[in-house]
Design a protein around this ligand. Structure first.
Ligand code: FAD
Ligand code: UDP
Length: 393
């Protein structure tokens, strides 16, 4: 007899995407949901825990900053824990000096070593970026130069991007860089969104509460592919793992970046004065350092020690955790072919960052899960509306 319970939906992956759907399906539709994750925790890459040495909440996969414009997503998450009013700021080190990131009037004044008014800074950047028009930019390098000009690109973007992606910036999609605002004011906030903050009670509390429902059963340390044959049939499987893995890489492997984190406990109450310090120089092998205590200035953490994570990026092999889709044009073609295969699966939906091979932020993963639930899953279970497989990813 199988050790897995009978369920209506099997959710593969306990990240934000999978858990949002699991929660809605159990709570709103009363469905029985079985959630599987191969890791030993829920939350996917947004997982956090309290570090035993320092008592500081650590984001195991790098700092996760929550921000969004959607009131629905914000209200949904605030239903699990209140959020703080944390506003994210990043510093970047270049040739022994520290600058505010994203590029703003402060960065421009510091970098060029004089006081600029907003109009003067605009005029300077217009001159330095004249070689490429933003509308003509087709890749990351062109887009960046068209927005900030070559000198700032070469200082703050080229080296960091080379470490982060190890891919010619002319082969990377332009939208990677569009994630970063460029401002001609001294506003140095990392994000522009209306809502921003961090879960007061920790990310781990959100995930615990999302699955706290009698209809939801979670099995951790369980790889879907290892147990697939033992699962009682369900009406629907929601797969949020890597799409190329689902099809056993039969068309080839999509390229992903993975990360290695180097943990250190430092004998000081404050190591770097901010939560994230980027390293723009290419000869520094890591991209950034996270000092987690700064994510929660409202908490009364001890001051004797602090915990930092240094982040290193490299290409993912098949045994590594895939984190960032690289998305070159060859990847896009291959993904299109996997998408066509996905459309032939009759009762499997694909989603999330790994399943849809998209660089989704948390709010986008939750927003996509809402849409999937409202447009496909609820109609399928309540009114027997067939799944729209043309919209499978
Ligand atoms: P994931 O969180 O990746 O969850 C997928 C889950 O599926 C994983 O737990 C995995 O173990 C499981 N799984 C995969 N294959 C199998 C299998 N075969 N069997 C069982 N389980 C399986 N977003 C922000 O909004 N702000 C940030 O500051 C931010 N920072 C980030 C920093 C880093 C370093 C990374 C990598 C991501 C960051 N993100 C950030 C993005 C955020 O992590 C994602 O948006 C979010 O995790 C997406 O949720 P998901 O459910 O799609 O995927
Ligand atoms: N980037 C950069 N220098 C920086 C910060 C970001 O060149 O100091 C580029 C880099 O290519 C990165 C992209 O901008 O991949 C998006 O940055 P973001 O901070 O959004 O990346 P994430 O937090 O998702 O890793």
């Amino acid at each position: 007899m199988s050790s897995f319970p009978q369920s209506d939906i099997i959710v593969v992956g306990a990240g934000f995407y999978g858990l949002t759907i699991a929660h809605l399906a159990a709570k709103r539709l009363g469905l029985r949901v079985l959630v599987l994750d191969r890791r030993d925790h829920t939350g996917g890459n947004a997982h956090s825990y309290t570090d035993a040495d320092t008592g500081i909440e650590v984001h195991q996969y790098g700092s996760h900053l929550f921000h969004c414009n959607s009131g629905d997503v914000w209200d949904f998450l605030n239903g699990f824990t209140p959020f703080t009013d944390y506003r994210h700021h990043v510093q970047t080190r270049y040739k022994g000096r520290i600058y505010p990131m994203p590029i703003n009037l402060g960065t421009i004044c510091d970098f060029f070593g004089r006081a600029f008014t907003p109009d003067e800074a605009r005029a300077l950047i217009a001159e330095q970026s004249a070689e490429i028009k933003t509308v003509d930019a087709t890749n990351l390098e062109e887009k960046a130069i068209s927005l900030i000009g070559r000198p700032l690109y070469e200082a703050f973007i080229r080296g960091y991007t080379a470490k982060q992606w190890q891919t010619d910036p002319r082969a990377l999609p332009a939208d990677i860089i569009t994630r970063l605002p460029v401002r001609f004011t001294f506003d140095a906030r990392y994000f522009n969104d209306r809502y921003e903050g961090l879960p007061s009670e920790g990310y781990y509390t959100i995930f615990k509460r999302m699955v706290d429902h009698p209809n939801i059963e979670v099995r951790l340390k369980t790889d879907y592919f290892a147990v697939r044959d033992q699962l009682p049939p369900a009406k629907l499987t929601l797969y949020t793992g890597a799409i190329d893995r689902y099809f056993d890489y039969r068309l080839g492997a999509l390229s992903w970046r993975t990360l290695d984190f180097e943990r250190a406990v430092m004998p000081t109450g404050d190591y770097q004065g901010c939560s994230v310090m980027n390293e723009a120089d290419e000869n520094i092998p890591y991209t950034r350092t996270h000092e987690y205590r700064h994510l929660h200035p409202e908490r009364d953490y001890q001051r004797e020690r602090t915990i930092i994570f240094r982040e290193y990026s490299r290409f993912a092999g098949r045994e590594d955790e895939p984190y960032y889709p690289v998305n070159t044009s060859a990847d896009k073609t291959l993904f299109g072919a996997y998408r066509a295969l996905a459309m032939q699966e009759k009762t499997v939906l694909f989603g999330g960052r790994l399943g849809s091979y998209k660089y989704l932020d948390m709010h986008q993963a939750i927003g996509a899960a809402f849409k999937r639930f409202e447009q496909q899953i609820a109609p399928y279970f309540t009114n027997h509306v067939p799944l729209d497989l043309a919209d499978n990813i």
